[in-house]
Structures are given as structure tokens and as C-alpha cells.
Design a protein around this ligand. Sequence first.
Ligand code: KG4
Ligand code: ZN
Length: 337
Amino acid sequence: MADVIILGIETSCDETSAAVVKNGRVVLSNVISSQIDIHKKYGGVVPEIASRKHVELILPVIDQALKDAGQKLKDLDAIGVTYGPGLVGALLVGLCAAKAIAYSTGKDLIGVHHIEGHIAANYIEFSELEPPFICLVVSGGHSHIVLVEEYLKFKVLGQTRDDAAGEAFDKVARVIGLGYPGGPAIDHSAMSGDKNAIKFPRVYFNDSLDFSFSGIKTSVLNYVNTITQSGSKIKVDDVAASFQSAVVEVLVHNTIEAALANNLDKIVIAGGVAANSLLREEMKKGAMVRGIKVYYPNIRLCTDNAAMIASAAYFEYIKGNSSKMSLNAIPSLKLGE
Ligand code: KG4
Ligand code: ZN
């Protein structure tokens, strides 16, 4: 079969990204323009600013991705683009660019679910990886345990009932003065802290693999208030380590439960929080003793990027799936819709 070359476009949050991927697994280019420095001063992503920045950056980023890959628009087989979930104004920028390219070149347009993209990042990293497996998708917007039965067959086995894991990292980081984005800052700070210093709550549900992270966030807030009101200072590293350890413990426990319940010996981690060093280490430790192998992508492929979107689009393409020109952005798109 001839090579399939796909241009991926991702603008669901604060990264403007375009990438060219061959046969779903070989990255020819992956240009990521992060807006983190712009949003930092507001302590989080400001949707309107994100959309405007995407408008400025989208065409240069696409041009760069094609140039880096040594490809012309006419060489492409399809354009894959995130159409949800995400910030609606941000999604629309990438989607409009993708539609314009698909329309003017006559190439297929393939709408990609953002979580499907995060999962696919692992197909790039591990050329031999194939379903079935359990995937823990943890990012700023999602905390899902997904049974990936086939390339395009997903079953959500558990998800957060309130905050996403990454959201909890970001909010707690703000409370303890570590700034935005909180995940990498907490990860770093925790390395010098004592994870047993403070016992933050771990929430488990009976007969469900769902998560809840809003309680731990409130618990950290209460702890910080109590200490500061008594005139003392919190030990930032200890709070970071104790919080991180509590979140990681629940993520690892439920994911391994899901693998055991489904008789699967492969666990995949995806999404921005998959960059977390303790999560990677603890998942490996917990899985190894049960004969389960753990996969996670390198950090650049964990956080939002367009290569993962092009990879996911490839698996749709080879099944003959494509989207209509009427495809719209769906901010709260569910997996499997
Ligand atoms: O996947 P992503 O780039 O965007 C979304 O789809 O949300 O994930 C961003 C999230 C942020 O909440 C960020 O704090 C978190 O991933 N994150 C981390 C780490 N690196 C990024 N969380 C924990 N530890 C990290 N090392
Ligand atoms: Zn993401």
C-alpha cells in the first residue's frame, strides 16, 4: 500500500500545532507554538486571547510543518483536525483552516476527537503497540480510563465526576504559589518534598472506576489557610509532594483495576499529566508486579500536539472514514460519538 501522508491540526486549547505524519506512526514534522507565556500572567488560559492567538499563528505554523516535512499540500492524502472537546473559539480556528485546505485541495477532511489523539500519541512512540489495552487519559480537561478494544473502538470505564487531574494540579499550584501551568511546577517541587508530610484524601467509589479531585483541592486550600492563619508558612515542597502522591495513588489504583478486570496486560498513559514523573514511576511499579506492561509517550507527545491528531486521523482514513464540510466544533464532544 502506498504511504499515507496526513496533515494534523490542533487548536483545542492554548497550543497552536500542525504536523505531518506518515502511515500514522512516523512523524515528519510536529510544530507546536505554545501560548503558555501569554496566559501565565492571568493564572490560566483566557479563551478569547487563545482564539485570537490561534488566528495569528495557524497559517505560519501550518506552513512551517509542511516545510519541515518537505511536503506540499498536493502531496497530502488527508487533513486531520481536532473538532472537540475543547474551547469552542479555539477549536474553530483550526477547524476553519483544515476545511479551507481540504476544500481547496480536494483532500479528505477528518475530524478527530482530542482524546483519541492523546491515545494515538502512543502509536507514534511505540511502533509495535496495538489494541486492546487500557488507556489512562489525564490532562487539563479530562481524566478518563478508556478500554481501547480496537483502533476506533473505545469504551469509557471511568472518568472524573468533577475536576480533571490536570485541573487539580493547576489549581493547587496556584494556591501554593507555584504559578501556571501547575503540573510541571508541582512535579518539580515535589522532588524536594516529603510525600508523607500531609495526609490528603484519596477518593474511591464503590463499583466504579470514576475519579473525584475537587475534594483534595479543597483539602489543600483548607490546609494552606489553617497554616497561614496561624502565622506560619507552608512547606511548599511537602504540600506539592503530598498532593501529587494522593492523586497518583488513585490514578494508578483505578487503572490497574481496569486492566485486571478486563484481563489486559497493557496499560497506556496519555495526556499532559502523563508527563508526571511520579505517575510514570508508580504505574510501572504497580503494573510490573502483576505482569502488566506500561507505555507512555515522551513529554512532547504527552501535551497537546498535532502529530497525535494526524496519527488518530490515519486510523480513521484507512477505515474509509472522513467528515463532511459541515463539520462543526463540539466543545463537550464525548468519546465514541
Ligand atoms: O494534554 P494537555 O496539554 O492539554 C489538555 O488537553 O488539557 O494537558 C495539560 C495539563 C495541564 O493541566 C498541566 O498542568 C498538566 O497537563 N501537566 C502535568 C505535567 N505536565 C503537564 N501534570 C502533572 N505533572 C506534569 N509533569
Ligand atoms: Zn489535550
